[in-house]
Design a protein around this ligand. Structure first.
Ligand code: HSE
Length: 438
């Protein structure tokens, strides 16, 4: 069969993995697809780093524009990342009629609607499996495998760096900074790791998945985002005492006329399958009306796992090219004119169970004062623990609540925080537990 020519832009961690799979698994790919996939260009300014790959002469070049402008290139693979030059190159590739593969979740989350519109108008495919969940085929699942399902909800662990950090603190008692350095050394973290630990990378991924699942426009701006930097070993220990684990979750739920889409640390029961997802693994549970509950898990970051997902896109697009063209699957899983303007509920409207930790002075009446304020705000307490873990004269009191509205919880915390006997900055962690008492 006629070869398909590929141009790779960006040869960092994932780009190197893509080049390696294309060159080292050339035979396997031909056996599976029947299509010779030819790596015509790899564009990167860094010629010094030893990537452990010997490129054929003329393949490794400086200039990314050669890749998007050469008529011989069929598929452009954007592995630069970021929202600047990457966007310009993708737009130029689309304008030149090329198929595009990207793993760029930051770009898709912020400008995906416009990019998809341009690609659809130009009649080219834009594939992005590796933008969410590394090797885990969640995009393909939503766009294709679950096509006959109303998707009710998804709960995911979508950032390998955060999951690695929380796992290391929980299982080995490692300090936060050491765990983060290890995640960086393993190639999981973003160039700017604040995107990971502040929950922003997870929100990028959730923005893409929520749109795919519910047939709505990508809407990063309305996603509530809270990272893991405030989580303390004390909270992790309390979580254990209550039979929970703390994970950074991406949650979306379909309420019909509106959706929930939020990223924050949450306590989940030890017996929840997501509790057992450790280290850099990602996982997601999807609930659909026909398939019911689905669980996917796999490496969410790292060179070859992410490259594995990029290769699946490359092969999809190459097969489309050789079997009669593009547009077989709509880019966002729905016909563009059927994408709905569903609003994301503000966080104040969310109903959840809560873990609240106060630092208080250990004297009579303190508990009653706190309980009184919670009661005045229609918040019902499920259980209370005071443990003798005194730090700087304060003791922690921990409360779990029944279902409560976020707006009321926030109001109560403000009032409780103003009490003289209560220390600053109470800790609030939402609990995702389907079996907790209402
Ligand atoms: N920084 C991301 C993570 C890489 O830690 O999961 C994959 O998107």
């Amino acid at each position: 069969m006629q070869p398909v020519n590929l141009g790779l832009i960006g040869c960092g961690t994932v780009g190197t993995g893509v080049a390696r799979l294309l060159l080292e698994r050339r035979q396997l790919l031909v056996e599976r697809t029947g299509i010779p996939l030819v790596l015509k260009y790899v564009a990167d300014l860094d010629h010094q780093t030893d990537r452990g790959i010997t490129f054929p002469p003329g393949v490794f070049i400086d200039d990314a524009w050669t890749v998007v402008n050469d008529p011989a290139v069929d598929i452009v693979i954007e592995m630069i990342g970021g929202t600047g030059i990457a966007r310009e190159l993708i737009m130029a590739a689309i304008a030149n009629g090329k198929q595009v593969v990207t793993a760029n979740k930051a770009l898709l989350a912020s400008q995906g609607n416009a990019l998809m519109q341009s690609a659809a108008a130009a009649g080219v495919d834009l594939a992005y499996e590796a933008s969410v969940g590394g090797c885990m085929p969640i995009v393909k699942s939503l766009r294709e495998a679950l096509v006959a399902n109303d998707i009710h909800a998804m709960v995911g662990i979508l950032n390998g760096t955060c999951n690695y950090i929380l796992s290391q603190i929980t299982e080995s008692g490692l300090p936060f900074d050491t765990a983060l350095s290890q995640a960086q050394a393993n190639g999981y973290a973003e160039a700017d790791p604040t995107l990971d630990i502040e929950g922003i990378d997870t929100a990028h991924k959730l923005a893409i998945l929520t749109a795919l699942a519910f047939g709505m426009r990508i809407n990063l701006d309305d996603i509530y985002i809270e990272g893991i930097t405030a989580i303390t070993p004390l909270d992790i220990q309390f979580a254990r005492d209550f039979g929970y684990r703390i994970k950074l979750l991406a949650i979306c739920k379909n309420h019909g006329a509106s959706v929930e889409a939020r990223v924050h640390p949450a306590m989940i029961p030890e017996k929840n399958i997501l509790s057992h997802v450790s280290g850099s693994l990602n996982a997601i549970t999807v609930s659909g009306h026909a398939a019911q509950d689905l669980f996917l898990s796999g490496r969410g970051a790292g060179m070859l796992p992410t490259a594995s997902a990029v290769l699946s896109d490359i092969v999809d697009l190459a097969r489309n090219l050789r079997c009669g063209g593009t547009g077989r699957v709509p880019l966002m899983g729905y016909q563009p004119d059927r994408i709905k303007p569903l609003p994301v509920l503000p966080m104040s409207e969310i109903v959840s169970h809560y873990y609240i930790r106060f630092a208080v002075q250990d004297r009579p009446g303190v508990l009653a004062a706190i309980a009184g304020i919670l009661g005045d705000n229609a918040i019902s307490i499920q259980s209370v623990q005071q443990k003798d873990r005194k730090t700087n004269g304060w003791v922690p009191i921990v409360m779990l609540t029944h279902h409560a509205k976020e707006a009321y919880i926030q109001k109560a915390l403000k009032e409780i925080g103003a009490l003289e006997v209560v220390g600053p900055a109470p800790m609030l962690i939402r609990i995702e537990d389907d079996n907790a008492q209402d």
